[in-house]
Design a protein around this ligand. Structure first.
Ligand code: ADP
Ligand code: MG
Length: 621
């Protein structure tokens, strides 16, 4: 087999272009990235060997060796982990494999200065080697395979791959340093960089100088060390490594559970929202270790999907070391650990939520929509979760808890009211809210898609049902208003006239509406639409249609009219006179269409709407 030349994926080329030409001053982070990869590679092999011990042929003393060579001006980072075969090399070192780097790319602005500072924020994994190296060689052999490979690139759009007989198990990365980067051959400098960024790595990171070897990190798993001996920076660096993240942890939760089942957990909640948090796989992101041996980062049983924003590790001695992924399912020990973790995390969130002036709103903005999934997925804890929820309302832009909402309920108000839609501003202008606002009744403004689902699952909070104001009848008469707003409002049209108008509208619209009725939820608007009790809500139907789930399907709505509105009063008066049904036909449709437009619906027949509008204008001109 001869050498092959291959091109980087376009995104990688773009990334490398920025990396190579960047004047990013904190270049030393490349070492953190390469050591982090080496450590991951050793963890993977250690896990693989649990079921296939032969993979460890060649030794099981995992370590990472840094070798500076002043003559050749190379820095070598070698590990004896899982290694890569040809396919792995092409896939991992030729494309964007990781979410962190994808996030970096999605944030690019095109402004050189801003983009360069992003490198520090995200790190760019393996590719950061090109910040300091004009050429990178990777010599590697995958555990369990005979063929070794040599990957070489100058980071300019292409790389070569060739078979290499000299490669040992694992990966050896040789950096041919750029002019002026000789600093990275200095033992003191390297030692300091490792201490700063990679001290938490649980394997020895060894500095080789001639035949002298020195372990330069603590080489013990960070989570096993006493809390008092760990600095905030060490927690942060460990978080970066374990979460492949580059923000600050918003909160760090490090504890040892003692009792029937013992485990140590070091958990983090990010300060920024990861780009893939709404990925359909809803994977959790906490790594499972058994007695300091990495088992898996893909254990669905460890945490429920609604806590998938949590990062970190859990280490237990109460699971067997040779546990397979199949055995992790329905494992009673794991179930107990999971329930302990959930309790701790929700407890931590609760105390954060109770801090006045704290940063809980940041958490809520980032992950509230994810946590709310627990309201209908975790029956046992739905009340705990509900207390952590915060909502914007018609009365306050600062999100409030349901407890606060309930404490502000009006005399005679029996339910918690809510409205859902895409955007707060539009929601606040909804005609269905007018009567509530006039009476001073607070309404929750819900804008996450998930909000369509949990209120029904919850049922009640403090014995108060949660009701959508766009659904069912609204009986506001029992609620006492602060001001005597009712007295100032115009008199409603006579009830027989309203009945005649309703009959005329029903006749005109036929099956298009489920019902037409008079309502006191409207103040300034003549009409609005509501969904019947038990029908799909207005906003949910729109969401489903956007996702092509219910193409073309529309549940007939109820058209409500405002008997005190000047227009409705005039039409009502007209409705009792001869030939009204004919005259009101176009008007009925226009009222219906305007209610749909206000809902943000697209009219099914805009041409018919325009024609009716012209006809009505012509008659009144
Ligand atoms: P990440 O570590 O976030 O996945 P990187 O860009 O740092 O992204 O690395 C890309 C991929 O290359 C890794 O996921 C891994 O599959 C592979 N890789 C990198 N370094 C090594 C190594 N030393 N040994 C084995 N595989 C490696
Ligand atoms: Mg990496």
């Amino acid at each position: 087999m001869a050498e092959e030349k291959l091109s980087f994926q376009a995104e990688v080329s773009k990334l490398l272009d920025i990396v190579v030409h960047s004047l990013y001053s904190n270049k030393e982070i490349f070492l953190r990235e390469l050591i982090s990869n080496a450590s991951d590679a050793c963890d993977k092999l250690r896990y693989g060997a649990l079921t296939a011990p032969d993979l460890l042929a060649g030794g099981s003393d995992f370590r990472i060796v840094l070798t500076p060579d002043k003559e050749a001006r190379t820095l070598t980072i070698a590990d004896n982990g899982i290694g890569m075969n040809r396919t792995d090399l092409v896939e991992n070192l030729g494309t964007i494999a990781r979410s962190g780097t994808a996030a970096f790319l999605s944030q690019l602005s095109g402004d050189q200065k801003k983009d360069v500072s992003l490198i520090g924020q995200f790190g760019v994994g393996f590719y950061s080697a090109f910040m300091v190296a004009e050429k990178v060689e990777v010599l590697t052999r995958k555990a369990g395979e005979d063929q070794g490979w040599r990957w070489v690139s100058d980071g300019k759009g292409e790389f070569t791959i060739a078979p290499d007989a000299s490669a040992t198990r694992g990966a050896t990365i040789v950096l041919h340093l750029r002019e002026g980067e000789d600093d990275f051959l200095d033992g003191f400098r390297l030692r300091r960089i490792v201490k700063t960024y990679s001290d938490h790595i649980a394997l020895p990171v060894v500095l080789a100088d001639g035949d002298k070897e020195e372990t330069v990190n603590s080489a013990s798993a960070l989570w096993t060390r006493p809390k008092s001996e760990i600095t905030a920076d060490q927690y942060k660096e460990f978080y970066h490594h374990v979460a492949h993240a580059f923000d600050e942890p918003w909160t760090t939760l490090h504890y040892k559970a003692e009792g029937a089942i013992e485990y140590t957990s070091l958990l983090f909640i990010p300060d920024q929202k990861p780009v893939d948090i709404f990925h359909p796989d809803r994977k959790q992101h906490v790594k499972l270790y058994v007695n300091r041996v990495f088992i898996t980062d893909d254990c669905a049983e460890l945490l429920p999907p609604y806590l998938r924003f949590v990062r970190g590790v859990v280490d237990s001695q109460d699971l067997p070391l040779n546990i397979s992924r199949e055995m992790l399912q329905h494992n009673p020990v794991l179930a107990k650990i999971r329930s302990g973790l959930v309790k701790r995390i929700l407890g931590e969130l609760k105390s954060k939520a109770e801090e006045t002036e704290g940063s809980y709103p940041t958490f809520w903005t980032n992950f509230g929509a994810v946590l709310k999934e627990g309201l209908y997925e975790d029956f046992e804890r739905k009340t705990d979760i509900l207390e952590l929820c915060r909502f914007a309302t018609t009365a306050s832009d600062e999100p409030v808890s349901l407890a606060t909402y309930v404490s502000r309920m009006k005399e005679g108000q029996e339910a918690i009211y809510a409205i859902s839609g895409d955007e707060i501003g539009a929601l606040k202008r909804s005609p269905q809210l007018e009567g509530f606002i006039a009476k001073g009744v607070e309404v929750l403004l819900l804008t996450d898609p998930i909000d369509e689902f949990w209120p029904n699952a919850i049922g009640t909070y403090q014995d108060k049902p949660i009701r959508f104001v766009t659904q069912g009848a609204a009986d506001l008469s029992a609620i006492k208003s602060d001001a005597a707003t009712d007295d100032k409002r115009p008199e409603p049209a006579a009830s027989d006239a309203v009945a005649a108008l309703i009959a005329a509208i029903k006749l005109a619209l036929g099956e298009e509406v489920k019902d037409v009725r008079s309502s006191d939820r409207l103040i300034d608007s003549p009409v609005c639409l509501v969904a019947d009790e038990g029908d799909v809500g207005l906003h949910l139907e729109r969401l489903l249609r956007q996702h092509q789930q219910a193409a073309g399907q529309r549940a007939p709505r109820i058209l409500e009219i405002n008997p005190r509105h000047a227009l409705i009063r005039r039409l009502a008066a007209d409705a009792t006179t001869d030939g009204a049904a004919d005259r009101l036909k176009d008007t009925a449709w226009l009222l219906f269409d305007q209610a749909r437009i206000v809902e943000g619906e697209i009219l099914p027949d805009p041409a018919a709407f325009a024609k009716r509008l012209s006809a009505v204008l012509e008659r009144s001109a």
